[in-house]
Design a protein around this ligand. Sequence first.
Ligand code: ARG
Length: 276
Amino acid sequence: MPESRVPRRRRFVVCEPRHFAVQYAINPWMHPDTPVDVALAQRQWHELIRVYRAHGHGVDCVEPVPGLPDMVFAANAAVVAGGRVFGSLFHAPERRPESLPYDTWFKSAGFDVYRPESVSEGEGDLVPTGRWVLAGTGFRTTREAHREAQEFFGLPVISLTLVDPYFYHLDTALFVLDDGADGGDGNIAYYPEAFSPGSREVLARLYPDAVIATREDAMAFGLNSVSDGRHVFISPGATALADQLAHRGYVPVPVDLSEFHKAGGGIKCCTQEIRS
Ligand code: ARG
């Protein structure tokens, strides 16, 4: 374990939950009859942004669009690696219109946007690790989109099959702790039972030293975390996982996004990263 883990400044894209709601059910967490406290959701989200900035990270905001209640989940709109933007094609018809305002934002920020031909939900399922892209399929993003992403980025894309509907996006079951930018191999944390047996074996081979989370950690959205290489912005409910991370020299920074769990999202879902 390094004496002291070194954070790297990140550039994030987010979208204020001004129109956030649970109006339809496209994952098992969503119950349109359960009320959402929009004022609390706003406070929780603004706290996340404050904490990111307090840790030195850059945060850009995309303007939210009325009638798109899931637009706060910025991670799903694209995946950016090496300055290249691979846009999204949402599985649910309700979310398809979200792609346009994000694409427009990326273009105005000086990026070209590749539009995938097959269903692909951005960083929800396509997780760049530095050396390759870990890619989820089974509920949303298709294997065809994994192939498109591999062609587009010129990075190996490693397909992993998700099997538990509560962990319908890869970023609900796995996150990158450090991307090896410091010359190391990089490492991840994940919940093995969210994956098919073969995919579990793949992860065990690639990351023999990974942090293994419990179902309780995963159900508390503990794997929907963001790491800067030192600080891990993490759901306060994932206590066992936070303890493990602290033992490995990371600094857990709890941020509570409980209102967003009602839509099936957490910290990472609200955070898109621009990797240059
Ligand atoms: N309600 C949204 C959906 O089901 C939540 C998206 C969460 N985002 C994520 N990156 N896992 O699509």
